[in-house]
Write a protein that binds this ligand. Sequence first.
Ligand SMILES: O=C(CO)[C@H](O)[C@H](O)COP(=O)(O)O
Ligand SMILES: [Fe+2]
Length: 230
Amino acid sequence: MAAAAAAAAKIAPSMLSSDFANLASEAERMVRLGADWLHMDVMVRHFVPNLTIGAPVIESLRKHTKAYLDCHLMVTNPSDYVEAFGKAGASGFTFHIEVTRDNWKELIQSIKAKGMRPGVSLKPGTPVEDVFPLVEAETPVELVLVMTVEPGFGGQKFMPEMMDKVRTLRKKHPSLDIEVDGGLGPSTIDAAASAGANCIVAGSSVFGAPDPGEVISALRKSVEASQIKS
Ligand SMILES: O=C(CO)[C@H](O)[C@H](O)COP(=O)(O)O
Ligand SMILES: [Fe+2]
């Protein structure tokens, strides 16, 4: 039997670190510099204490870009957001396992019905085993986002101990999209890439760099080099 193909590298600048007053041109700049996805952090002051963007911003941005909008919903009631995000033009809809213990099956179905790719995220304190049923379900999630910081804010320190979760998932699921989010940049990417992450969210390291394009391409090179080795 042929080996399953590795999941393609996807570099996703986190727009949380962009200039929100110029979101459309920031998005265009990231795509021009080589971004595959744009990561959109949705925080509404429950689940996390921060406040960022909601569906109206996605809808506005969608008028200016065809890019894949990778929406990370840090909210306690994700099912209340599916309809609006679908209409707004979100591409991926990633919810947190910690708030969907009882209703993830219906939630995954509704996300797909609205034309989005379902994903599940887990906080640093949540065991990776908790997402196994969602990855192995009849209608599964298509992405697992392993948080490598406590959700809520950009610019935090990468937690290398989360890489055990990535390794465990990659071993079981060779072609699953496994995303890491928080503190990723040139100094931490090798740990994430060698563990098997293929979707890399990076906010402050990209937007804070003198040459963001160079950072995007270094992140991609590390993921691709690890895939060749494994
Ligand atoms: O989900 C998030 C925070 O909850 C952000 O996506 C993440 O923190 C990215 O920012 P940085 O790369 O600066 O850590
Ligand atoms: Fe995020």
